[in-house]
Write a protein that binds this ligand. Structure first.
Ligand code: UDH
Length: 249
């Protein structure tokens, strides 16, 4: 699966934006994909998401936020970068942060934001179509602009695998929101099989960092992230942004 095959399958899509043909969608959505070295997954995802969102008459702009080598992967910081960079282009109604390997399976699973932050990736094949654990808030989540600003985004200090999604959930609850989840029968996903990526090893100090979420929420996150944009490429199917994160911990 590559860009050429995507172009053949979806010739109408241009400038990274999918729009309904015959109406104006209620929300304009940014789909933000944290990314490094998963090119085949990205194209499988788009091959599935484009028709899925077309059937829902969604207005979506796709952003691929790629972390430059060699720093350890930091998913939370990439979501913050994605929000800030997307927001510079347009103040979207809804920001959906979407892992590259999650394929939604049910057309009734509506990609839109609501009064509370939304957890989309509830039931994945990898976990027998159940939550991996009760408080899980990873994979694919949706925030209105106001909600993401209110919680000060994600933490930037989780380098490596794990913790950033648990902290995001804490940030949401600390600000008095509840989490809106679709039923397990609807919020179903196939997760593309993969092994743990090089440069994203499990973070051994994630539990210790998580214990200070409350103390850091206002002073560490969207309002403090430092990064350098190395390149921005506007393609038919995505805006591809390569960034170097500034590691300060
Ligand atoms: N990612 C990359 N490249 C990398 C590492 C991560 O693109 O080298 C992105 C990608 O979008 C991926 C996401 O980060 O889908 C999450 O990384 P992962 O796929 O390694 O995470 P995993 O499949 O997630 O392990 C399962 C979550 C269940 C446990 C949550 C613990 N809090």
């Amino acid at each position: 699966m590559d860009a050429k095959r995507l172009a053949l399958a979806f010739p109408d899509m241009k400038a990274a934006r999918l729009k309904p043909r015959d109406c104006v969608a209620r929300q304009r959505i940014a789909i933000i994909i944290p990314y490094r070295n998963r090119y085949p997954h990205l194209h499988i995802l788009l091959h599935n998401l484009i028709p899925f969102l077309t059937r829902q008459q969604v207005d979506a702009t796709f952003f691929v936020i790629e972390q430059a080598m060699p720093e350890t992967f930091n998913r939370g910081a990439l979501l913050n970068v994605g929000f800030l960079e997307a927001d510079k282009m347009h103040q979207f109604d809804c920001y959906i942060f979407h892992d590259v390997d999650l394929i939604p399976l049910n057309d009734r699973h509506l990609y839109r934001c609501g009064d509370d932050p939304k957890h989309f990736a509830v039931a994945m094949n990898k976990y027998k179509f159940k939550l991996p654990y009760k408080d899980y808030f990873g994979g694919a989540v949706g925030f209105s602009r106001r909600q993401f600003l209110d919680i000060n985004g994600c933490s930037n200090v989780f380098f490596g695998w794990g913790g950033e999604d648990d902290e995001l959930k804490e940030r949401v609850l600390n600000k008095g929101y509840t989490i809106n989840r679709s039923p397990v029968a609807i919020a179903r996903y196939d997760m593309i099989k993969h092994s743990r990526d090089k440069g994203n090893e499990a973070n051994p100090v994630r539990k210790r960092i998580l214990s200070s979420t409350k103390a850091r929420q206002e002073v560490e996150g969207l309002n403090t992230i430092i990064y350098k944009v190395n390149s921005v490429k506007l393609e038919n199917f995505y805006i591809w942004i390569n960034v170097t994160l500034n590691r300060t911990d």
